[in-house]
Write a protein of this length. Structure first.
Length: 305
């Protein structure tokens, strides 16, 4: 089978980026990120950019769609798909096989299924009617729709309201997502990590980030003039650390709530990937514990190289 793309996906803390970089080094190619938060500049520790992963034996692996937006903006799947295909074509013109790597489910599917995406406008009336509802209430409303949004990222009220806004638009004007373009034929490799190993790694990584500047990173973003609500919008580390820094929670509460939220996020990512398989995608799973050289060997086997 002639593949036009390699996709490497997996939940947070699975080690997918280091594997993608090693494979890119072996194949002399470039990586396109599929991470909804790593697009933002100066949001490094909290998003887990780990840019050192893109250096293999002193060789810098070219990567794309990281550090392309300013914090406070709201980059979306409509923009992502456009940017992906622009970069994808550039890499293909060099005669290389691009590697797509990330864990944001809708970003991945927007590429792999070739969605035609319309930029849904804001609905001020709807937003006003939803502004005082709790996240739990918003999730209940959202569950009444056939979800086309990335539910893995709906971890705060702003994101939930935006998701409802999209679904209401769908009902009024027809689906905003339809298959139109021919997607690239992709080999999809998933990195699967044992649940307990994943939980342990997430907890250790969170502690390391807190000890190595994550609070200062968020504090600096706030001091630069980014409103707290805009950082809270990004969820996970930025949500809970911001709430702590503005006095809405204690350090202990922040740590406990954030750790739980990251574990839940990883679980939702795996739920999304299993859904992809039900929707017809073939994912070749490799256990995270497999040595890196063996992972590469398996990938080359799938590619028939």
């Amino acid at each position: 089978m002639f593949y036009e793309l390699i996709t490497i996906l997996g939940p947070t803390a699975s080690g997918k980026t280091s594997f993608a970089a090693a494979l890119a080094n072996h194949l002399d190619t470039e990586i396109i990120s599929a991470d909804s938060r790593q697009v933002y500049r100066r949001m490094d520790i909290g998003t887990g950019k780990d840019l050192d992963d893109y250096r293999i034996n002193g060789v810098a692996i070219p990567y794309h769609l990281i550090d392309i937006c300013e914090p406070g903006t709201k980059y979306n799947v409509f923009e992502y798909q456009h940017d992906f295909f622009r970069i994808y074509r550039q890499i293909k013109e060099k005669g290389k096989l691009p590697i797509l790597c990330g864990g944001t489910g809708l970003y991945l599917e927007s590429v792999l299924k070739g969605y035609r995406l319309l930029d849904v406008p804001h609905n001020p009336t709807l937003r006003e009617s939803l502004k005082d509802k709790s996240l739990s209430e918003l999730e209940t409303i959202l569950s009444s729709f056939k979800p086309l949004h990335n539910s893995t990222d709906v971890d705060n009220a702003q994101r939930a309201i935006r998701a409802i806004e999209i679904e209401v638009y769908n009902q009024q004007y027809g689906e905003t997502i339809v298959t139109e373009v021919t997607p690239p034929l992709s080999l999809i490799i998933g990195i699967r990590i044992d649940r307990e190993a994943r939980r342990k790694k997430i907890s250790e990584r969170l502690q390391h980030r807190l000890e190595n500047g994550m609070l200062d990173e968020v504090r600096t973003l706030l001091l630069s003039g980014i409103p707290p609500k805009d950082l809270i919008y990004y969820g996970l580390e930025y949500k809970f650390v911001t709430q702590y820094l503005i006095g809405d929670s204690t350090y202990t509460e922040m740590l406990s709530q954030l750790e739980i939220a990251i574990h839940q996020f990883a679980k939702r990512q795996m739920t999304w990937f299993r859904g992809m398989e039900r929707r017809g995608f073939t994912i070749h799973w490799i256990d995270a514990s497999v040595p890196l050289a063996e992972k590469i060997e398996k990938a080359l086997h799938y590619l028939n190289i």
